[in-house]
Design a protein around this ligand. Structure first.
Ligand code: ATP
Length: 507
């Protein structure tokens, strides 16, 4: 099976109505995308899988849908006004802009990867301690030294040191090849706008850069109205906006994107236990989709955010390498405490078992819906070489996520076959999104459905008119079976049922 690169995914998404560049007739808007008719179905199915696994399957998690606009003090309290920024650096020759932290992290990764190859040749395992690995490989050692320097600079917020490291380690621009860099400066990622019609009295607002704060400021509203007892969680799916500096990896890094976040409120002191539990639960959720476990890994944050006492990412092997898909963070009581301070309102919980008031600690799971979409696309899009020498493009999505669940195809456009096919179509649309197509040869129609990820095609032929049987073709195996019309619904329903995924995801 041929490897699929990012460019193939981008073209496939465009050609089959999954994703279009935003405002394409005006030559696109950078790092902003629109979801087409197939894309919106797949996106909604991913949301449903996440939402149900959080809210439906857990008695102690409820959902909300908070506004994108929030009082501007929210972002002061959360630390975003002062520190939600990325260090940027420009190459003077190519004028290309980079994130200085990413340049350094990539260099560390390169040293380590090279080191691991050397170690493998010497028969030394990846699981050895860093000490052993550093002694046996110069490159691995260099990676560790740079990493330590980088963390020191990051913790001190020392942008000058970033530049020195970029120069010392001779990091070059990928376009010009030169090492002619500007100074490193901080760039706040929040989009600002104004509320109110009068310029003088308008209030400065931000488009939210994460959905989490809408959960924190509603903590007591939700806890009281839903009578929640700690430990409990609040889940939310919604848009977030970041003015990303480097945004050229399709929907991996967008300026407008969607997050699926869950904040889990716990007793102080129990947060690391919950952190471990949520790591396991979330990994199971990912694996339930049938992913090879070698495509997922945990990555421990080298540099903790100002609010966290533990943080790990679930990384997925995207066509652009292993990258963050989801973050699991132990956010301590930072956010609620800050909102108490800035609002002057108490955000505490009375724990009747302990007979005590406290500000709960929070463990968050935060996943980008669009990144999840890209992950599903990357692992589902396949180019298969068939025995007859042809190539087949197939999107072998988990059936519960497929935009179209079943296609009804009359073999020919005459002899009463379309009428019979439409009868079946009208019955099946209660099972899920159903598609009717009578144009083109049957082979072509099958190929199109394969490329859209449709798990089943039903073909209505002359025999159907005689004995009410049809052929049902399964997407991945391409096996065709003759079944009675009355059997179709249960065959399809069983495969496309979201509950199957939910059951697999249960811990
Ligand atoms: P990165 O390091 O890739 O910039 P982050 O650590 O800033 O990500 P978080 O703030 O932890 O990301 O956001 C949680 C999740 O939201 C990420 O794991 C990712 O899936 C998603 N996400 C963040 N930024 C973007 C973006 N610009 N485009 C698409 N998804 C994003």
């Amino acid at each position: 099976m041929a490897e699929i690169d990012l460019q193939k995914i981008v073209s496939h998404c465009k050609e089959y109505g999954f994703i279009f560049p935003s405002s394409e007739i005006y030559d696109n808007l950078g790092a902003v995308y629109d979801y087409g008719p197939m894309g919106v179905e797949l996106k909604n199915a991913i949301k449903e899988y996440w939402w149900k696994s959080m809210v439906q399957m857990n008695d102690n998690i409820v959902g909300i849908d908070s506004a994108i606009f929030m009082h501007p003090t929210t972002w002061k309290a959360s630390g975003h006004v002062d520190s939600f920024s990325d260090p940027l650096i420009d190459n003077k020759d190519s004028k290309k802009r980079y994130r200085a932290d990413v340049l350094l992290e990539e260099k560390i990764e390169k040293f380590k990867e090279k080191g691991l190859k050397e170690l493998a040749k010497k028969g030394i395992s990846e699981t050895e301690t860093d000490d052993v690995k550093a002694k046996a490989s110069r490159d691995y050692n260099k990676g560790l030294i740079l990493e330590a320097e980088y963390i020191k600079a990051a913790e001190a917020g020392d942008l000058k040191r970033y530049k020195e490291l970029i120069e010392e380690y001779e990091i070059a621009c990928e376009v010009s090849g030169s090492k002619n860099w500007t100074e490193v400066r901080q760039f706040n990622l929040m989009f600002a706008t104004k509320l109110g019609s009068l310029e003088e009295s308008a209030t400065d607002l931000y488009l939210r850069p994460e959905t989490a704060q809408g959960i924190f400021v509603n903590f007591l509203n939700v806890q009281k109205t839903s009578r929640m007892k700690i430990p409990f969680g609040i889940a939310q799916i919604g848009k977030a906006f970041r003015n990303e500096i480097v945004a050229r990896q399709f929907i991996f890094r967008m300026r407008e994107f969607e997050q699926m976040e869950m904040q889990f409120f716990v007793r102080p002191g129990t947060e690391l236990e919950w952190f471990d539990k949520w790591k396991k639960i979330r990994l199971k959720w990912h694996l339930a989709l049938g992913t090879a476990s070698s495509n997922l890994r945990f990555h421990v944050h080298e540099k903790l955010a100002h609010y966290a006492n533990a943080a790990e990412d679930i990384q997925f092997r995207f066509p652009i390498g292993f990258k963050e898909l989801e973050g699991i963070h132990s956010r301590t009581d930072f956010d609620l405490t800050e909102h108490q301070k800035f609002s002057g309102k108490k955000l505490q919980y009375f724990d009747s078992e302990l007979n005590q008031n406290y500000v709960p600690y929070v463990v968050e799971t935060s996943i980008g819906l669009d990144r999840m979409f890209l992950r599903v696309m990357s692992e589902s899009l396949k180019e298969e070489q068939l025995e007859n020498g042809e190539t087949r493009i197939v999107l072998n999505l988990p059936p519960a996520l497929a935009p179209i669940k079943v296609a009804i195809l009359p073999l020919v456009k005459k002899d009463g076959l379309p009428e019979k096919a439409k009868e079946i179509y009208n019955q099946l649309r209660f099972v899920g999104r159903t598609f009717y197509e009578e144009k083109d040869s049957i082979g072509k129609r099958y190929r199109r459905m394969d490329a859209l990820g449709t798990p089943f095609c039903i073909t209505v032929d002359h025999q159907t008119l005689e004995d009410n049987t049809v052929t049902i073709r399964e997407r991945d195996s391409m096996n065709q079976e003759r079944v009675h019309i009355d059997q179709i619904e249960s065959i399809v329903r069983k495969q496309v049922d979201m509950n199957q995924l939910l059951q697999k995801a249960m811990i």
